[in-house]
Design a protein around this ligand. Structure first.
Ligand SMILES: [Zn+2]
Length: 209
């Protein structure tokens, strides 16, 4: 069974997720937004082995803990290649908001659509969902109906498309092609705010009508 921890971190309270396989004690961290040491300590205290650091996208508020976490665990960082340039500049973007963020380390492995990432006996499918940010991906734990969807679909909202590199029509296409075909019972674990259920969003989310 999967164990999932949600930790809102950093100036924008970005949701970081720790996904652990309870059978094998292997784990992955999705979007280490801040406080890499807390994340590394949490992995250690639970007796888990961190196999992957996964990025849905490279906005500064999703990668602020990356440097520290990488230094402490040396786990490989996975990012879609279209997000690499933004990762390089993430600390500069943070500075525009008067926030001091570390220079992020480069990704180790390029993510691609259709790829599967194994976390012990759990499998995460990589869905390619650009629009909010270049190279945005979602991680789909199909067997357990969980979608780590970054900043694509939120409870009653969608990701911003007024930022450099974002595009509303592309985002809506990603939602239509990659997210809406998933079952109603899918748990949507977003990059900000509360978790929701896809069936609820299908009915209530004003951006889906
Ligand atoms: Zn974002």
């Amino acid at each position: 069974m999967p164990k999932i921890m949600q930790l809102p971190l950093g100036a924008l309270q970005t949701n970081c997720y720790i996904l652990a396989c309870e059978e094998t004690n292997k784990a992955a961290i999705i979007d280490p937004g801040w406080n890499g040491r807390l994340l590394a300590d949490t992995i250690k205290e639970n007796g888990w082995e961190l196999l992957h650091i996964l990025l849905t996208h490279s906005h500064f508020d999703h990668v602020g803990g990356l440097k520290e976490l990488k230094e402490l665990t040396n786990a490989p960082i996975h990012l879609h290649p279209d997000g690499e340039l933004m990762l390089t500049h993430s600390h500069e973007v943070a500075k525009m908001y008067d926030l001091h963020y570390p220079i992020a380390p480069a990704a180790d492995h390029p993510l691609q659509a259709g790829q599967t990432i194994a976390v012990g006996s759990l499998n995460l499918d990589v869905l390619y969902t650009p629009g909010h940010a270049p190279g945005h991906v979602c991680f789909y734990l199909k067997e357990h109906d969980v979608l780590f969807d970054g900043d694509v679909l939120f409870q009653n909202s969608i990701g911003r498309t007024d930022l450099p590199g974002s595009d509303y029509n592309t985002l809506m296409e990603s939602i239509a092609n990659e997210i809406l075909p998933l079952p109603d019972k899918t748990h949507i674990l977003s990059g900000h705010g509360a978790a929701t259920i896809l069936g609820t969003e299908r009915q209530n989310n004003p951006f889906l009508h």
